[in-house]
Design a protein around this ligand. Sequence first.
Ligand SMILES: NC(=O)C[C@H](N)C(=O)O
Length: 330
Amino acid sequence: MKKVLLLTTGGTIAARTGEQGLAPDIKCQDILQMLPELEGFFEIESRDILNLDSSNIQPEEWQYIAEIVTEMLPKYDGIIITHGTDTMAYTASALSYMLQNLCKPVVLTGAQIPIERMFTDAKRNLQTAFAAVNAGVEGVTIAFDDKIINGCRAVKVRTLGFNAFESISAPYLGEVYADGIHVYAHNMDRKRDTFCLKKELCTDVFLLKLIPGTNPEIFDRLLDMKYRGIVIEAFGAGGTHFERRNLIPKLKKLVENGISIVACSQCLYEKSDFSMYEVGRKLLECGVIPGRDMTTEAIVTKLMWALGQTEDPKEVRAIFNTDYAGEVTL
Ligand SMILES: NC(=O)C[C@H](N)C(=O)O
């Protein structure tokens, strides 16, 4: 029988309606009581570690969760973490980098409807998470709506639909059917070294979505504010305007000041390629790091993590040229 640790952090899955609206309240023991069918199949221990809507989960919480996972993992076959859906993809990505060479399942799950309500998806999602642990799907994953998604490829794409998450530019790792869980790929050939926690993060990272007419002076302000990393969501396959409002000299200045800039596409699907158009090449020429087919969530957290590991922009670039958890196609 597999030994599983359930950690709860809050989110809608554990929410009740209070005077101020929905807020997390339900404890792990109550959650487990609602899933009596798991008892005969798993040896389960549980612990409430946070009680937050995921909008309140920030880099400090990612580090706290990573510490607990690192401490507890040797005693279990896998760990399931219940978490709000709104920022689950950020937490999953951050954990993917912090928990280096992870070779056991760490599965995040949650719900669109609280577990105590009719039509809740919480039980099904938890069952899927347990199935992922049982199947030994390694690494940080998200179990949701019968799918297992690599954590650093997940994006929340729906506010209300049960299919809230998609796996972007990467196949699902597994799916649940009537005959059980189908696991497609879980040995991603990347765990060569021993597991270790690398939890240092730099929170001085800013995300800017370009609009037609973005004022170039925004980049001077970001320099004044001492950001060390900037993620730019550019247009289409990769481009920004240089007519009339030329962003390029400003970006050059930032790079000269040692700031790491990573650029990706505003389009959710498919890769960016900044070498394709003149409007993209100019970014590469001033030293911007291409985000390739990574999600914005995976880039933002990777930049925070990279800047936590090194002060050298060249090493940050080298980190972005490395695939740690299946987050990027090189
Ligand atoms: N479905 C959810 O869990 C949404 C909630 N606001 C959260 O992220 O905590």
